[in-house]
Design a protein around this ligand. Structure first.
Ligand SMILES: Cc1ncc(COP(=O)(O)O)c(C=O)c1O
Length: 398
């Protein structure tokens, strides 16, 4: 069978390959500790679960409009007014099957063959291939780091511009580093986009998971000019612990929301009805579980950061999301972060995600969306592994 070019243009996910190996080891009876998962270990808020159950029991589970139910779109618009400021109505919003689907639909609507998308690194692994699926090229722009995280390098972004650059894709709080860009940095991206006539695709899926008194500013909140060229991506998975409900949305200029609804009407019909009912209940219900989850993440984050620092690993402070991204460059052989994670899994039964998946081969990602006991055990295993040093078996020639 012959496949279309786009299949050859994308890579299988390193994360899923390692995850499959971790699961196979666990199924074979090994005691595997995973710090690889990118999903909260909390259930969805009660109000969302009850709304979903009630709707299923009623039997009234039908297609909805392609752009989403009027109730959910209004709830999202009201939430945007509260959290991003300014005036948002349902017409600015199209509901998608997930934030990932919202990203993929946005790229399909914005770029095509020959176009380029700027991606400041590190960046969520899926961005690179979502851009390629849309026919365009990702242009990866390294970001310098300090104790506070990874910062946009505006000189490097400017140098990466070509007449084909259409979009800059940003993600604050960031997966994998947990970096929250300062208000000045967001303002800087907004100015950059206005100056060079770019669309900002702003993935704000971790917006409410912030610590140390930080706030994650959206470029849509900066000025009317920035708002007019910003597409906000958000959803239920991370901040509402509703990964399996598969709910996300795009919010932006009305014509953009309408274009995404048109695309969705042909590619997926309408978003999942039960998921929409549950997400609307969560948005309207102000569930107390959200702050409980955030507070638990904040505590675990301290345990993890203290432990990584005791192991001598330099970790830029993750002020948001639920990941830490330490620099392990001193412990790598020529196979880089993938080899490090493979050996760690085989020798210590500890699953982490290699930084190369996010465009930075010197680091590894640990998710602290897991219990404090697991975090402590992971730190212990990592300590044993690091103490062994780079083993001959991990040398470049083998
Ligand atoms: C940065 C980022 N954006 C989007 C998503 C996708 O979220 P969803 O579950 O809504 O597809 C993830 C999930 O890991 C993510 O880390």
């Amino acid at each position: 069978m012959q496949f279309a070019d786009r299949i050859a243009r994308i890579e299988p996910s390193i994360t899923l390959t390692l995850d499959a190996r971790a699961k196979a080891l666990a199924a074979a009876g090994h005691d595997v500790v995973s710090m690889a998962v990118g999903e909260p270990d909390f259930p969805a808020p009660l109000v969302a679960r009850e709304a979903a159950l009630e709707r299923v029991r009623s039997g009234d589970v039908r297609y909805t409009p392609a752009a989403g139910t009027p109730g959910l779109r209004a709830a999202i618009a009201d939430t945007l007014c509260e959290t991003r400021g300014g005036e948002w109505t349902s017409d600015n919003v199209t509901v998608c099957h997930s934030a990932k689907h919202a990203l993929s639909a946005s790229l399909l609507a914005l770029v095509q063959r020959g176009d380029e998308v700027l991606v400041p690194l590190p960046a969520w692994a899926s961005y690179f291939d979502l851009i390629r699926i849309a026919g365009a090229e990702p242009v990866l722009v390294p970001s310098p780091s300090d104790a506070d995280g990874f910062h946009p390098d505006f000189d490097a972004l400017r140098a990466a511009l070509t007449p084909r650059t259409r979009v800059v894709m940003i993600n604050s709080p960031n997966n994998p580093s947990g970096t929250v860009w300062s208000n000045e940095e967001i303002q800087g991206i907004a100015d950059f986009a206005v100056e060079h006539d770019l669309v900002i695709l702003s993935d704000e899926i971790y917006r409410a998971l912030v610590y140390d008194g930080c706030e994650a500013l959206s470029p849509a909140s900066v000025s009317p000019e920035a708002r007019a060229r910003t597409i906000v991506i958000d959803g239920a998975s991370k901040c509402f612990a509703m990964t399996g409900y598969r709910m996300g949305f795009v919010a932006g200029p009305r014509e953009f929301a309408a274009a995404i609804a048109k695309l969705g009407s042909q590619t997926n019909g309408s978003p999942n009805t039960v998921g929409q009912v549950a997400y609307e209940a969560a948005l309207r219900g102000n569930p107390p579980e959200l702050e409980e989850m955030r507070a638990a993440f904040a505590e675990r984050r301290t345990v993890l950061l203290d432990g990584l620092s005791a192991l001598g690993l330099d970790t830029p402070a993750p002020h948001g999301a639920f990941y830490a991204f330490p620099n392990v460059s001193e412990h790598l052989d020529a196979r880089g972060s993938v080899g490090f994670c493979e050996d760690l899994l085989e020798q210590q039964r500890l699953a982490l995600v290699p930084g190369s998946a996010f465009g930075l081969d010197t680091h590894v990602r640990l998710s602290y969306a897991t219990s404090t006991e697991q975090i402590n055990e992971a730190l212990r295993r990592l300590g044993v592994f690091l103490a062994q040093g780079v083993q001959p078996a991990r040398s470049a020639n083998q």
